[in-house]
Design a binder for this molecule. Structure first.
Ligand SMILES: *[C@@H]1O[C@H](CO)[C@@H](O)[C@H](O)[C@H]1NC(C)=O
Ligand SMILES: *[C@@H]1O[C@H](CO)[C@@H](O)[C@H](O)[C@H]1NC(C)=O
Ligand SMILES: *[C@@H]1O[C@H](CO)[C@@H](O)[C@H](O)[C@H]1NC(C)=O
Length: 596
């Protein structure tokens, strides 16, 4: 075999090249321009074809709505059993005394009020009393029992891997840059994820997190935190983990953070400030407003009531429930509330937007859930809830064109209708069906069914199978598509609300369609938000599979809520009983108490 290229060959080649170049230059300028454009177009088309192939299994015809029959391919339940090994239960373990009721503050013991006896109380005393009083069994996690639950547990482990490696003990993982973000500086993701791990039966991971709580968690920090977020994520997460495990460590920590949040209630009206310094107890309104958000002041009651009920100290529940009682007396529009409230006057800011989305959403959720938590005999809670849902149906519910999707819009300045719906509103189906279970009218169930379908369409009608943060709905005849996504609203933050509602819908109806919808959405997250090295990221654009543009953030609620609801949705035995627990706004289960 010979291999030789002669000098003359090379010369010949370079001559050809040169003459081609000359030919090219001789072409008219315009023609050259056109050829370059054509080449670029060809290249882009190739990329497009490639991307279309990649998304083929999920791709839905954009102009047409997804028919539920097209995608209901999975049949549940599947008889595939795979339990985690049931090794020994988590043992309650007492830690050294942590003094929690203020520094050496003299206060009454809860059970000797009449004698006015004062004594220094530590969380350990409280915990001792409680543990002596009742014997509640820890929650028994079955572990994943089918391939769907297993896939969710794998997703959790993948998210946890990133958090553990790059953000351990910090608030949030930034998975793309392999770093972290601190909001409050209290290990938010770790605390939010505790009960998820426990419910999933991830014992090893749970133990490691418990060690961190026992040895590293420190609430005595000079840091301003948001009262509401800290209540639902941290206080709620610690309390629910305490109830599930009966491990007193979590109760001690819950009492500690609960006490540090209490100064917020010291306002003229009792309506709490939005922010508090964990160390000094200094409180203030948000930097951008003098008012507090209505949703924030009305979404703390489940947690503070539970803290009172487990400790026997009534002040938490009294302070928090005072806010609900006060809101009850304020004038509303058909039971609907505005977004802001003044902490001095205790009055609503008039002419602010009426919405079921950000800044008002969970007011409605906690009306119903407080009624359930207290054994369903505080009648005005139920009445306010029913009036509000009537108000929603009358003022906010509309149908889009051409496919009649039912959605919940907003009243700008309390008057002008806007066909805009936050993804946050998708919690409403879950709340409605929960209410229906406890005797609300069938119209509530109907609205829940229609709305969850719309929320599903918000996912199914994008090329990524992920919902935008905000959708606008078409009310005019001429447009072809029901859902309009604006560029500013096209991001996805890994939010839980639709999955949450799918779980509630499935829990009460046992309609398998909801599980197959959940599975489709789960795959959207897997495909477009998973970061190889660990973690999942929020993305900027759900419309373009090739350019989702990661935002490099994994919020604590992805582990605390989204993955927990996926896991529960795919559970065949419905292990978390809604007759026993009421779930707070951050997916943390708290016990239902009987009426008193
Ligand atoms: C509380 O009161 C009870 C009787 O009401 C009494 O037996 C008990 O010793 C008191 N506890 C304390 C700490 O004083
Ligand atoms: C299940 O839910 C889907 C979607 O709402 C609905 O179309 C279907 O009729 C339901 N199936 C049953 C058996 O109720
Ligand atoms: C709730 O029920 C209990 C007894 O079942 C009763 O004593 C109490 O007064 C009731 N509370 C209200 C607000 O109706």
């Amino acid at each position: 075999m010979s291999f030789s290229v002669s000098i003359s060959d090379i010369q010949q080649m370079s001559i050809n090249k040169r003459s081609m170049w000359r030919e090219w230059n001789r072409l008219p300028r315009f023609l050259r321009f056109v050829i370059i454009i054509l080449l670029v177009v060809c290249f882009l088309s190739l990329i497009y074809v490639y991307s279309a192939f990649r998304e083929l299994p999920l791709k839905m015809k954009k102009s047409k709505l997804v028919q539920q029959n097209d995608i209901t391919k999975i049949t549940f339940p599947i008889s595939f059993t795979e339990s985690l090994k049931k090794d020994q239960q988590v043992k309650p373990q007492n830690n050294e005394q942590i003094e929690v009721f203020g520094k050496g503050q003299q206060i009454e013991t809860p059970h000797n009020k009449s004698k006015k006896e004062v004594k220094k109380v530590t969380s350990k005393d409280v915990v001792k009393q409680i543990l002596g009083q009742k014997e509640e069994k820890p929650f028994e996690a079955a572990g994943p029992t089918n391939p769907y639950q297993k896939a969710v547990v794998d997703a959790f482990k993948h998210a946890w891997k990133g958090y553990r490696e790059y953000a351990w003990g910090q608030d949030h993982l930034k998975p793309v840059s392999k770093s972290f973000h601190n909001w409050f500086g209290v290990g938010l993701t770790l605390i939010d994820a505790l009960d998820t791990m426990y419910v999933m039966g991830l014992k090893k991971e749970f133990q490691e997190a418990r060690e961190w709580i026992a040895n590293k968690l420190n609430f005595n920090i000079n840091k301003d935190v948001n009262f509401f977020e800290t209540t639902i994520r941290v206080l709620g997460g610690l309390l629910s983990t305490y109830h599930l495990t009966q491990d007193s460590l979590f109760l001690e920590k819950a009492i500690d953070i609960g006490n540090r949040l209490m100064p917020c209630f010291k306002t003229q009206s009792g309506v709490p400030y939005s922010d508090v310094n964990l160390q000094s107890g200094t409180v203030h309104p948000p930097s951008w407003s003098i008012d507090s958000s209505v949703s924030e002041v009305s979404t703390i009651q489940l947690e503070f009531r539970d803290l009172s009920r487990v400790t026997g100290r009534t002040e938490y529940e009294e302070a928090a429930f005072h806010v609900s009682k006060h809101l009850h007396t304020l004038p509303k529009k058909d039971g609907l509330v505005p977004m802001f409230i003044n902490t001095d006057t205790g009055k609503f800011r008039t002419r602010s937007t009426i919405t079921l989305g950000a800044r008002a959403d969970t007011y409605y959720e906690y009306l119903l859930k407080q009624w359930i938590q207290t054994g369903r005999n505080i009648t005005w809670l139920k009445e306010d809830y029913m009036e509000a849902i009537e108000g929603v149906m009358k003022n906010l519910v509309r149908k889009s064109k051409p496919n009649q999707l039912v959605f919940v819009g907003e009243l700008l300045n309390g008057k002008k209708y806007s066909p805009k719906m936050d993804h946050l509103v998708c919690f409403l189906s879950g709340t409605l069906v929960l209410g229906y279970h406890y005797g609300m009218p069938i119209s509530h169930l109907r609205l829940a069914e229609q709305l969850i379908n719309t929320c599903y369409q918000m996912y199914a009608n994008t090329a990524t199978f992920l919902s935008p943060e905000i959708a606008h709905f078409n009310l005019k005849n001429e447009k072809s598509s029901d859902i309009i996504i604006k560029s500013n609203d096209a991001h996805n933050l890994l939010r839980p609300e639709t999955v949450e509602s799918l779980w509630y819908m499935y829990y009460f109806t046992r309609n398998e369609t909801y599980r197959s919808w959940g599975w489709n959405i789960f795959q959207g997250f897997e495909r477009y938000t998973k970061v190889k090295t660990g973690g999942y990221t929020t993305i900027n654009d759900v419309r373009h599979p090739l350019f989702v543009n990661p935002r490099d953030m994994m919020e604590s609620f992805f582990l605390g809520e989204t993955l927990k609801y996926f896991y529960l949705l795919f559970s065949d035995q419905q292990e978390l009983s809604l007759d026993k627990y009421v779930i707070n706004s951050e997916a943390h289960p708290l016990p239902i108490y009987s009426a008193r």
